[in-house]
Design a protein around this ligand. Sequence first.
Ligand SMILES: *Cc1c(COP(=O)(O)O)cnc(C)c1O
Length: 363
Amino acid sequence: MSLPVKPHVASLEPYQPGKPIEELQREFGFEDVVKLASNENPLGPSPKAQEAILAAASRVHRYPDGASYALREELSSRLDVDAGQLVFGCGCDEVFELAAKAYVGPGDEVVFAWPSFAMYPIVTKGMGGTPVAVPLTSDFVHDLDAMRAAITERTRAVVVCNPNNPTGTSVGAEAFDAFVASLPDDVVLLVDEAYVEYARRADFPDALTWVRRRPGTAVLRTFSKIYGLAGLRVGYAVADPELAGHLERARHPFNVNLLAEEAALAALSDDAHVAESRRVNEEGAELLTRELGALGIPVWPTDANYLLAQPGPGTYEALLAKGVIVRPLAGFGMPEYVRITIGLPAENERLVKALAECQRERS
Ligand SMILES: *Cc1c(COP(=O)(O)O)cnc(C)c1O
């Protein structure tokens, strides 16, 4: 059979999500699976968001507000940007795709770091564009000089994932600002800040100031991570008005569903839940760094809610057999490494115990 599929779509490798808990339960018969694989908030959604979802349930026979008016107003005042600078999507993934739809076609290049978020090459190729993956430095940080050098006349967009997924590393303000200032005016800059709320370093870049200063800049954020709403799918871009207008044209009218908008609005109002999420994450990061260090497992400093560790090859599979799901990085050519989402204290302890068992079994 030969359907007329476009060659660039046929050649795509589908995104590999973290293994679902239910799948592992089915495969191994485990009751208590711990999933530390998809950077979800282990505290769950804010109780305020849950109430908002229940309260809105009786209205889902109506189309959502295609303009996301209430959420737009709230974010525009919180971020001090014009309402017209915000574009909402079915997750930040969709917002990235809107940008690719608006700016990338056959022959066009998109520059990003690698390893980084797996959706960048998938979305780029999906539009017929050419991904240009620039290796991270040996410390697993964006090599901004090399990324700048990779920009050519064919470059339509450059992506900076800060903090970077899957490494948890980040670039500081000085390096970021110099990089952005060096970019050609006609290259779109997308700054993926999916984890910005977790960032701890004092000199974390203020990418939003670049949205004000540099046309062609968009900062991408999401409610999937610290706000604990990954299952509802809502993210957004903060962009200069012209860029925002292009994304709006590429957008489907009802891409953010009614429950997602209500939940996001309520989650924004729950500062205590966000603060608690950050606190639990910082304690977990310290515990995992300490305990993995004690096991002799190299761990990299993180500005996010996950960390990069090097426990050796085969660890992903060995942990699965103990009911613990982490993220394998073999697909990035890093079979010795895993990405571990920071969980609740009991989940972190279970992981440490399982890693210690893996080591004993190996020796
Ligand atoms: C999780 C993640 C996203 C996607 O978030 P959604 O809003 O759930 O689509 C985007 N970028 C990075 C780097 C992520 O890790």
